[in-house]
Design a protein. Sequence first.
Length: 404
Amino acid sequence: MTESIITVPTTEILLGYARGLNDAFRQDLADLVAIDSGSDDAEGVRAVADWCTERLALQGFSVSAHKTETVGGQSFGPVIIARRLGTGTTRVLLFAHMDTVFDRGDSARRPYIEEAGRAYGPGVSDDKGGIAAAFAVARVLADSGWDGYGELIIALTPDEEVGSPASREILAELASTSDVAFCMECARENGDIVGSRKGVADVHIDVQGRTAHSGVEPERGVNAAVEAAHLLLELQALSGSAPGLSVNVGTIAAGNKVNIVPGSAQLRVEVRAVRITDLIGALDAIDERADRPHVPGAVITTKRLDVCPPLEIDSTRDLARIATRLAVDLGLDLQVAATGGVSDANFVAASGVSTLDGLGPIGGGDHTEDEWIDLTTVPQRVALLSALIVEVSRYDDESWRGAR
């Protein structure tokens, strides 16, 4: 283990710089919230990307915009990748998303405001607060004189709120060349960071039977609705067969007239799991069930529309341990939460890089008109991530792993 000879800033020093940047953070946040950038608003997302590119360039980053492909007829904004070289070897990735769930015009209708220590506005927590926090962390490191990382990378994506169909591969490729990654989604309302997220998969199931007159010759029919009913019960029974595994048959439809034996049925199923092995195991079980119809003559086909891997605790454990230790120096009782929701951290961790989520400011009310950020917590959260980056990058190896 070889520690860098440059002076290592303490958490107290980093907190002091973070406090000094509080006004700049609030101005950045206000500027970002003022730009409408719904996932389907490519023009708005590009406006956010342009704003971010200018700010990052001023901080000494080399910035590039990567055009995304049209997916399902939908175009998206670019992926912004900013790089700043340091004197060390560790490549540190911070990533956040520029898109929101809100419509064009919402920022004018509900402009950024501050009340009683909180900030409100469309996307203020999810995830424009995360972007502003990433910029603040980069400033804190520069102001404190710490450049012991090999490279500090900030990646901003345009489509996280709709599952990252256009940016997923770009972000995963970037992550695969990084040594450690921090997701700038905001912390939980109680201050928890996020150590694990369930993976999720959507499955469409089609059942083909045969129609027949229900009164004259029902025996000539193959009732797809009956097969679908058996499927519903059997698939729901998979829930809980592994720790954290849930299977939900969200919709089921069959037939269109009461006097006809239904010849087709459709089920839409969501599977969530904390382990990739359990997620794939459940999907395989669904496929195997499709090969064994209960109703003679029924034909079942399954289609996996999307499979998002989980953010597994094994990827986050060492980083979470360091974060909770550093938090004590900042007066924080930091806990690590598990959640069923998905973020880009799922895809980043799947690339093999150690990843920790929820490193943005404390916020809540995501996807609602009451979305908020607790401005009073911003300096501590910025200092925490700054200290994390210092800790994992001040050695020329990975001796931070397993640290207590």
